[in-house]
Structure formats: structure tokens, C-alpha cells
Design a protein around this ligand. Structure first.
Ligand SMILES: [Zn+2]
Length: 266
């Protein structure tokens, strides 16, 4: 009899957990292990005694987990429709300049200036489309230059964050909140999430493959049918790991548990 635990299943994520997952008739699963399989849509297949050991450990012929492309986000601003008009003029609409990796998102032609108590940054790109609340995403290094010490937050989680002055060609706004250092995250479609064996809100551990190995230990999993696979970091994080847009990282663990071989070189 084997007791299958959640930790054992997580350790198998590197090679991919087969679906259905085979156990022997006498094997037992912990409740957490059952939840783990259920939440990932993996069914159980109970083998009769005497089937091969290969079926039981389940890793024969399972596909290798793909690498995850990196997208580096420079400082940028998301604007509410009202703030677009305040900065660029009445009735103004943003003009898409370049598509971003996530469907429907674009870098706009428009740029603004950011002002903090210690300094200013000019030519900061606006991302579209306009959204509910204005949000400024800067790196920690930008924060030192501006004199604004913003917390690490996921997009949209703005309560209690600092404000700043924004300036466009037609006006200025004094934001009272909305400045963050973006928390790194991975975008995945539901299908891609199944490939990696993760659910929404899980934390991936991702390692770089270049000359300066770095592990990002707490990367939030974000899943949506419109998402495509991309690991989003800011410029400070990218520079620390010698990463640039288009590089790739590898899954080294999930929710604080390293996969077997997670620290081995590429
Ligand atoms: Zn993102």
C-alpha cells in the first residue's frame, strides 16, 4: 500500500502528472492529494494488483513541461477614461501603438510625465484600453528617483498606495493613490494551467537559464481564457537576472515546494 500525499504529487509536476493518474487498488490518497488532483481536473484510475510498476509511478512517456516566455514591463500608466480626458483633452481616445502579449491590451502612442517629491520621469508610456482606476507601475529604482516608495502589489490592488502628479499635454492630475511596484505573475490559459498543474492564486517558483541564475520564488498564477503564457517582471527584476523580453524561464517548484531537479542547471 502506498499513501499518496499532495507533496508527492507536487514533486511530479516537473514531468507532468498523467491524466488519468494511476494508483493500485490498495493505495490511499490523503484528502489534500485528492483535492490537488480534483482542482486540476486529473482523474484517478485504479489498477488491479499485478500491473506494471511503471503504471504505478506514472511517469512513463509524460510530456516535458514547456518553458515560460518572459515579458519585461517598463514603467507605465493605466488611465481611467476620465483621466485620459484630463491629460489629453475632452473627447480624447488613446491610439494603439503596439499590441501586448495579452489579448486586447496595447501600448498606446500617448506618453505622460510622472512627478514625485524628489524627481520626475518623462515619456512614460500609457497602456490601453482605458480602465476603471488610474494605476502607475514603477520599479523600485524609479521610486528612489521620484521619492515615492510604492508597495509591491498585483494590478488593481491599490488601496493604501501612494499617489503622485501625472502630466499630459492638456493637463495635470494629482493622484491620491494608485502607484505600485507590480508583483510578478504568470499569465496562463486554463489549458496551460493544466499543463503546469497549477490553479489560480498558486505561487510558481521560476528559475532563469542564463549566466546569472536567479529564482523567482513567489510568482502569482493568473488564469483566464484570454491569457497566453507569459511571465511578467519589472525592469529591476529582469536586470537582476540578466533577463530580457523573449527569454525563457523554467518551473522549479510550486507553492514553496521545489520539484525534483528544480535547482539543477539547464
Ligand atoms: Zn501581466
Amino acid at each position: 500500500m502506498t499513501l499518496v500525499t499532495e507533496t508527492m504529487l507536487r514533486a511530479m509536476l516537473a514531468k507532468g502528472i498523467p491524466n488519468p493518474y494511476s494508483i493500485m487498488r490498495n493505495d490511499k490518497l490523503t484528502p489534500a492529494a485528492k483535492d490537488f488532483l480534483n482542482s486540476r481536473g486529473i482523474r484517478l484510475s485504479v489498477q488491479q494488483q499485478g500491473d506494471s510498476a511503471e503504471d504505478r509511478n506514472g511517469d512513463s512517456g509524460s510530456p516535458r513541461i514547456p518553458r515560460i516566455p518572459v515579458g519585461v514591463s517598463n514603467r507605465h500608466v493605466h488611465l481611467s477614461p476620465e483621466d485620459v480626458e484630463r491629460l489629453f483633452g475632452k473627447g480624447y481616445a488613446l491610439s494603439p501603438w503596439r499590441e501586448l502579449s495579452q489579448k486586447g491590451q496595447y501600448a498606446a502612442e500617448e506618453k505622460v510625465s510622472l512627478f514625485g517629491p524628489k524627481g520626475a520621469l518623462h515619456g512614460v508610456r500609457v497602456l490601453g484600453p482605458a480602465r476603471g482606476q488610474t494605476q502607475v507601475e514603477i520599479s523600485r529604482t524609479d521610486g528612489f528617483l521620484l521619492g515615492i516608495h510604492a508597495p509591491v502589489r498585483l494590478s488593481g490592488d491599490l488601496s493604501g498606495t501612494p499617489g503622485m502628479i501625472l502630466e499630459g499635454p492638456e493637463g495635470r492630475i494629482a493622484l491620491t493613490e494608485g502607484v505600485i511596484v507590480a508583483k510578478n505573475h504568470v499569465h496562463l490559459s486554463p489549458e496551460e494551467a493544466r499543463t503546469f498543474g497549477v490553479g489560480g492564486g498558486d505561487r510558481m517558483m521560476l528559475r532563469t537559464l542564463g549566466d546569472r541564475p536567479v529564482m523567482y520564488c513567489d510568482v502569482i498564477v493568473r488564469i483566464h481564457p484570454s491569457f497566453s503564457l507569459d511571465f511578467h517582471v519589472d525592469t529591476d527584476e529582469a536586470n537582476a537576472g540578466h533577463l530580457k523580453t523573449g527569454d525563457a524561464v523554467e518551473l522549479a517548484g510550486v507553492n514553496g515546494v521545489l520539484l525534483a531537479g528544480g535547482l539543477r542547471g539547464g
